[in-house]
Design a protein around this ligand. Structure first.
Ligand code: G6P
Length: 436
């Protein structure tokens, strides 16, 4: 038996990989990583190579012995892994741009995770993640799959329902909210704790604590006064004061799509004219990032990576891996089976909430009933997600239509059908389940 962990990163050529590598470097005392395998596909070969070289420089600078490999052979990389991290984007930014644009044609927000854009992304991603899971089941049955691939809720739901892989879905929104609040209030983020409850990109802060004292009222007052809690990829629209007071909970940045739909739609349309979809903006940011990554003198994660929405991603991922490996029984906000965490939802649906993390995985912390003001929206979005999983697996048109229609951002059957037909046509190369 070999010492140290084998980590496999699928989507290793992603511009986010230096985040992850930095996370491993920071935690080298508690997490003995023997080897990291960066996996990508033929089309991503060039980027993978740039990331591979940068990773080696980062590891060398940190004085570590960790071996770094790059490969297009996914199975070989998965074999005997202890942790597999998935951060893939099926169809690349080109497909994302269409996800964001198609719904806009019909006056509907695209949004690549929560909106109909996220639905298209789910349909493309499910078959690929399913294949990856089949490989893990055979080649690394004891591995943990840490999934960052969006839409995290739907993908995690699919893995837990249709495979035997141990998985935890992860997002940087909770950690981003804590860091935002810490900055506004001028505290170290390690002193803050939030009781999170909901679904991915649909998560609310029920209570905020500073050193264990409840400061929820102060935080809500700050938010109502116009202080911003947001992320780079989401327009920073100010919350309505009366709404925040009535809600009495902390919304996440993505809630703007659901509670300020008109304004967000107008913003997306304006952005489309002025600077293109978020995918097109990200393409420009990525080009600049990869030019930077190529520089042989660069041997750390560059600050410019913070221009992407996934900032703090490494902290979320690597601290979670460490909590599992070291059986820390530490609280993390994760996407796992509800298992009684939220009374109003079934045990076997995936929710995003605080859970105790140790060697055996996640044990959700009981959070009781959902406050009435958010119960309806969460239930509706969960139904949409469950249907999206079934549509993504079966390729059944009617299930897909019902799923899309259940997304609160989609206004009518007529519009749902138009969007769905366009999605199926634009993604024909990525939807084997619909083209049997
Ligand atoms: C946030 C979300 C991620 C998402 C990212 C997009 O961080 O939590 O799930 O992938 O934003 O950022 P981007 O820079 O690609 O628009």
């Amino acid at each position: 038996m070999q010492c140290g962990l084998k980590i496999t990163v699928i989507g290793g050529g992603s511009s986010y990989t230096p985040e992850l590598i930095e996370g491993f470097i920071k935690r080298t005392n508690e997490l003995p990583v023997r080897e990291i395998h960066l996996v990508d596909i033929e089309e991503g070969k060039e980027k993978l190579n740039i990331i591979f070289e940068l990773t080696k420089r980062m590891i060398r600078k940190a004085g570590l012995e960790t071996k770094i490999y790059q490969t297009l052979d996914r199975k070989q990389a998965i074999k005997d892994s202890d942790f597999v991290v998935t951060q893939i984007r099926v169809g690349g930014l080109k497909a994302r741009a269409l996800d964001e644009k198609i719904p806009l044609k019909y006056n509907v927000i695209g949004q690549e995770t929560t909106g109909p854009g996220g639905f298209a992304k789910a349909l493309r991603t499910i078959p690929v993640i399913l294949d990856i899971c089949r490989e893990i089941e055979v080649l690394a049955p004891n591995a943990w799959l840490i999934n960052f691939t969006n839409p995290v809720s739907i993908i995690t739901e699919m893995v837990l329902k249709h495979t035997n892989v141990r998985t935890i879905g992860l997002c940087n929104v909770p950690i981003g909210m804590i860091n935002n609040i810490a900055k506004i209030l001028g505290y170290e983020s390690s002193r803050l704790r939030i009781d999170f409850v909901g679904l991915n990109h649909m998560v609310y802060g029920k209570k905020v604590y500073l050193d264990g004292d409840d400061i929820t009222t102060d935080v809500l007052r700050n938010l109502a006064e116009g202080n911003s809690i947001t992320m780079k990829n989401i327009p920073d629209l100010v919350w309505d004061k009366d709404f925040i007071n009535a809600l009495g909970l902390l919304p996440c940045p993505y809630h703007r799509y659901f509670y300020m739909t008109d304004e967000m739609l107008e913003d997306e349309k304006r952005a489309l004219q002025e600077k293109g979809t978020r995918a097109e903006q990200v393409k420009r940011i990525e080009e600049a990032l990869f030019n930077l990554y190529k520089k042989v003198e660069l041997d750390v994660k560059p600050k410019e990576l913070e221009e992407r929405g996934g900032a703090y991603y490494s902290d979320a991922a690597v601290s979670l891996i460490s909590a599992i490996y070291n059986d820390k029984n530490e609280i993390h906000t994760v996407n796992v089976h509800n298992n009684g965490g939220i009374v109003d939802l079934s045990e076997d649906v995936v929710v995003e909430l605080n859970a105790v993390i140790g060697k055996s995985g996640a044990r959700p912390i009981a959070s009781g009933k959902l406050p009435i003001q958010i119960n309806g929206l969460i239930q509706a979005v969960k139904s949409y997600e469950l249907l999206a999983v079934e549509a993504g697996i079966s390729g059944d048109y009617n299930t897909a239509l019902m799923s899309l229609m259940s997304n609160p951002l989609v206004p009518s059957i007529k519009v749902a059908k138009k969007i769905l037909d366009d999605i199926l046509m634009a993604n024909v190369d990525y939807l084997p389940q619909f083209n049997k």
